[in-house]
Design a protein around this ligand. Structure first.
Ligand code: IMP
Length: 430
């Protein structure tokens, strides 16, 4: 018997509400896998009166009995992982026996965070606006073939050698970046030893484990972090994160084959947000932007930074549909638009220097061109009534249904789910 595999990923710039969609879909699966990113993610899930913000543990953990895996594509902040596990334990959720980590995942260590901050500081006005969680430097080590993997904890002498080589290289690098922080191998080894035994006991071959689950007919959910537009290859480079956030990354970061994917759900907000630097063509003018931010509570779950807010950009999501082979959209935070008289929807861009009338209906590779793109909008009437109590598609106000139907049409992917609030009950099917 063959199991099923569904991917849930962000189809904008992250913060789409993947956590709550994963939380609902997790009900129907046996296993949840995080496949990329690290503690830069901030997945918020509200259950009753309790709010959980998870950075490193997959959102599926909130369902009793579900197994949660961290794949090889993750850069693992193990200190953060065990802190979250302990916090969950204190709130009555016995997470540790259900969490397994790929022995091929790379460790994210404190020197990666120092490097992240030092590099950003040096970039000045060109800074990426990272979360400061060390993500870029950890992936640099992975690609530069000097990273330390979970499996290395099983060989103390190899681990010591790797740490010594990294400490020497990072000390020199930090110095050229203007930092005088003194690193020591002993301190880094102590940092690893603080969770070493616990981590060793949770390390497995995730690729093999998922293959076995699928072969035995179980249902697996692959949980993405960040969003398509932050993908290192397909996003708004260089204002991106350092991993493949797209569906291809789910395959690589878990260690399964492309034919194992059955469904790919793209989560989008009913509008757009972005945190960190880089272009955002549909960014709303003040004071409407502040109104949207307050209504949506648009502050970063990891850094607390105010998110930049814009209208829904169908060019971006149509692009996400193509590069991810999306089979379904989940639209979140529809209720945030309840208050607006007119809602704008971006159907294309205009850039004066582009041949043939200056119109584009595709997301361009050039950041310079993307910065010059001005949105082409169509305007939709608002519904000016609360949707947060709605529990069925047919009970949504007519203009809200028309707005969502138009998104479906422009993106070319069916909407499967809509959310109108933070709790599990406020998500329903179309
Ligand atoms: P990094 O992933 O910390 O290196 O940050 C790179 C870019 O990705 C910055 O623009 C961050 O704001 C953004 N980013 C990283 N993680 C998230 C997330 O979970 N949600 C939204 N943006 C994120």
């Amino acid at each position: 018997m063959s199991g099923t595999c569904v991917v849930v990923l962000g189809a904008q710039w992250g913060d789409e509400g993947k956590g709550k969609i994963v939380d609902v879909l997790a009900e129907e699966v046996d296993v949840v896998v995080r496949y990329q990113g690290g503690a830069n993610a901030g997945h918020t899930v509200v259950i009753g009166d309790l709010e959980f913000i998870l950075h490193q543990v997959p959102s599926g953990i909130l369902h009793p009995g579900k197994e949660c895996l961290l794949g090889n594509g993750v850069v693992l902040d193990a200190g953060e992982l065990f802190e979250e596990i302990d916090l969950l334990h204190a709130r009555g959720i016995d997470a540790e026996p259900r969490v397994w980590v790929s022995n091929r995942a790379h460790l994210l260590l404190s020197y990666h965070k120092l490097l992240d901050k030092a590099k950003e500081g040096l970039l000045g006005a060109r800074a990426i606006g990272t979360t400061g969680r060390g993500i870029g430097p950890a992936y640099e080590d992975k690609v530069g073939r000097v990273g330390i993997r979970v499996v290395d904890l099983q060989d103390p002498s190899r681990l010591r050698e790797l740490v010594a080589a990294n400490v020497e290289a990072k000390t020199a690098l930090l110095r050229t970046l203007g930092s005088d922080v003194a690193l020591s191998s002993d301190a880094v080894l102590e940092e690893i030893e603080a969770y070493g035994a616990r981590l060793r006991s949770r390390a497995v071959d995730v690729s093999q484990r998922v293959a076995r689950h699928l072969a035995e007919g179980r249902r697996v959910l692959l949980e993405g972090a960040q969003g398509s537009q932050l993908d290192i290859d397909h996003g708004t480079y260089p204002y991106v994160t350092s991993s493949n956030t797209t569906a291809g990354g789910a395959v690589i970061g878990t260690g399964i084959g492309p034919r194992d994917l059955h469904e790919i759900v793209g989560v989008v907000k009913a509008y757009t947000t972005r945190v960190g630097n880089g272009p955002l063509p549909t960014e709303v003018e003040s004071p409407l932007q502040e109104e949207l931010r307050e209504a949506g509570g648009e502050y970063g779950a990891t850094t607390g930074r105010p998110r930049r807010c814009g209208w829904f950009d169908a060019v971006v999501v149509r692009y996400a549909a193509r590069i991810n082979s999306l089979t379904e959209l989940a639209v979140t935070k529809l209720d945030v638009l309840d208050r607006f008289e007119t809602i704008r929807l971006c159907t294309g861009y205009r850039a004066d220097d582009v041949d043939g009338g200056g119109e584009l209906d595709e997301f361009p590779a050039s950041l310079g061109l993307f910065e010059r793109c001005r949105p082409i909008y169509e305007e939709h009437p608002g519904w000016r009534t609360s949707t947060s109590e709605v529990r069925r598609w047919r009970d949504l106000p007519g203009p809200a249904r028309a707005y969502l139907d138009r998104i479906e049409e422009l993106v070319g992917v069916a909407i499967g789910r809509v959310s109108v609030g933070q709790s599990r009950e406020q998500i329903f099917g179309k």
